[in-house]
Design a protein around this ligand. Structure first.
Ligand SMILES: C[S@@+](CC[C@H](N)C(=O)[O-])C[C@H]1O[C@@H](n2cnc3c(N)ncnc32)[C@H](O)[C@@H]1O
Length: 503
């Protein structure tokens, strides 16, 4: 739910280069979810050096609830009201979009402030720990906010009734939706065409690396405070899953990240442009509606201007095709290794912080000037070597002038280069969509079959959305090239006509 944040883990918590240690074995069963959407947490395999290649399906965490549970949501509501949440114009209900959501109880006008969750009901890196000695160790080791809050959640969850957050934790999904819960085989099979696959692998690797780092630096030195039955990779995948899908950055609280109970029951709409923030005058977390709502209607906020792939990555859903105005797809472009100037071009790229392969976001509305600059560099001939540096700088967005470079003689080739990349990507998507994804090899019972169906559907939806952007780009590029070539042809025939006349 982070509004204006990227959710990168702290660099200190990048995965270590060596293979993770063997982790506590778990029963390989799914939890008791009756929903097809439930994706069981997974554990790191002893052998996976850099990615969760051999993670297996494992049991879920012993806390939280099924995502559609309204009982736990009702006790959350009661606890929040008892703890100082003011009377609300919204209630948690079962909804069509997002399972549970906040629904208007009364007419709500455009421009109204809603929620007013007091800071005392918000979890941040400064929250008091139910076991202060655990918090002290974490703080003495200067653990950054994300892993700190992830550990905090696990610590409080393990305290059950003695944590003040018991009602909140009981209403959190036991299996938050996100690509963190997809196995490597599932990512490889269903997201083979999408660049989100790589990002999901990186994210899972980061989470595993973060956990391994905490375990080696802190947990293993204080086994009495951090028993492995509680602080293990499954509980960390859960807590990071919760953070990726519910943590918000509050600009008016110095950009602090926070879990905001109640507000985190709001679902996302790509059409809405309203974000959570701390309101200094009422001293609560609020959002201001950007439209009116009638009683019974679900109220939405924005989780940020995210592409459909990013929404799947963090939140486990894909908006309906064509409804996400912020949608984009990454186009991977590379230098040609057989290019006579390959070395010089690569050096220019490296000097500007780029490498021989780079990704640029395509949108239905067009492509960035940086991509055009990269394409100019790729297609430029040796006699333009004095321009390589300028092109690489423009591709890295280091130049101050945004309007982009202009090399009329190279434009046609550069556009053709982008078109070729686009078309080879379209082919990959079409092959996947038409070929039907093979299921990774897992024994199938009814629940697993349902899970597979769900993942396949999500992957299909994403691929269709991403291919749509590529199709649109292909259309624009073809038209531009046709116009350019048509113009050249016209100029040529005019020239030939004049020549004949003078002869
Ligand atoms: C911040 S929580 C919102 C509350 C959540 N529906 C619940 O019941 O706990 C974010 C999660 O809600 C769901 N969600 C939010 N917006 C959605 C949407 N537009 N479509 C489908 N699911 C959505 C996703 O499962 C996401 O991971």
């Amino acid at each position: 739910m982070a509004t204006s944040s990227t959710t990168a883990l702290h660099s200190q918590f990048r995965p270590p280069l060596r293979a993770p240690r063997h982790l506590r074995p778990l029963p390989h069963s799914y939890s008791s979810s009756s929903r097809t959407r439930g994706c069981a947490p997974v554990r790191a395999s002893a052998a996976s050096a850099s990615a969760p290649a051999q993670r297996e399906i494992a049991a879920g965490v012993p806390w939280g609830c099924e995502i559609e549970s309204l009982e736990s949501a009702a006790s959350l509501e009661r606890w929040l009201i008892d703890s100082g949440l003011p009377e609300q114009r919204l209630a948690i209900q079962r909804v069509d979009i997002g399972e549970r959501g906040l629904v208007a109880l009364k007419n709500i006008r455009k421009g109204e402030k809603l929620l007013f969750v007091p800071p005392s009901l918000v979890i941040t890196a400064d929250s008091e720990w139910g076991r202060p000695e655990v918090g002290d160790v974490m703080k003495r080791n200067s653990v950054p906010d994300w892993p700190l809050i992830a550990t905090y959640l696990i610590s409080e969850a393990s305290l059950e009734g003695s944590s003040r957050w018991i009602s909140y934790i009981a209403a959190l999904p036991r299996q938050p939706y996100s690509l963190l819960y997809w196995t490597r085989a599932e990512l490889d099979a269903y997201l083979v065409a999408s660049p989100i696959r790589k990002r999901a692998i990186q994210r899972i690797t980061d989470v595993i690396g973060t956990y391994n780092d905490l375990r080696d630096r802190i947990f293993s030195r204080h086994p009495d405070l951090f028993p492995e039955e509680v602080y293990n990779i499954e509980t960390f995948l859960w807590s990071f899953g919760i953070l990726f899908s519910r943590l918000v950055r509050l600009p008016s609280m110095d950009g602090r990240v926070a879990l905001v109970p109640w507000a985190d029951m709001l679902n996302h709409s790509p059409e809405v442009e309203t974000f959570l923030d701390f309101d200094k005058s009422s001293r609560g977390i609020v959002f201001t509606t950007d439209r009116s709502y009638q009683p019974g209607e679900q109220v939405f906020i924005s989780y940020g201007k995210k592409s459909s792939g990013e929404l799947l990555l963090s939140y486990g859903f894909v908006p309906k095709e064509g409804t996400n105005p912020n949608d984009s797809v990454e186009l991977l472009v590379s230098l040609d290794k057989s290019d006579n100037c390959y070395k010089e071009k690569l050096q220019a790229l490296k000097r500007n912080g780029l490498s021989e392969s780079e990704s640029f976001p395509l949108r239905v509305t067009g492509w960035p000037v940086e991509l055009m600059a990269y394409a100019f560099l790729v297609v430029s001939p040796p006699d333009m070597s004095q321009c390589f540096e300028e092109m690489a700088a423009a591709a890295s967005n280091k130049t101050s002038s945004k309007p982009g470079l202009n090399y009329p003689d190279l434009e046609e080739q550069a556009l053709q280069f982008i078109l070729d990349c686009c078309e080879s990507n379209i082919e990959k998507y079409t092959k996947y969509l038409e070929g039907g994804a093979g299921s990774p090899e897992v024994p199938m019972n009814a629940k697993q079959a349902n899970r597979t169906l769900l993942l396949k559907q999500l992957a299909r939806d994403l691929c269709i959305s991403e291919r749509r952007i590529l199709y649109r780009t292909q259309y624009i590029l073809r038209r531009r090239l046709r116009d350019m070539r048509g113009g050249e042809l016209r100029a040529l025939s005019l020239f030939n006509g004049l020549r004949k006349l003078f002869k």
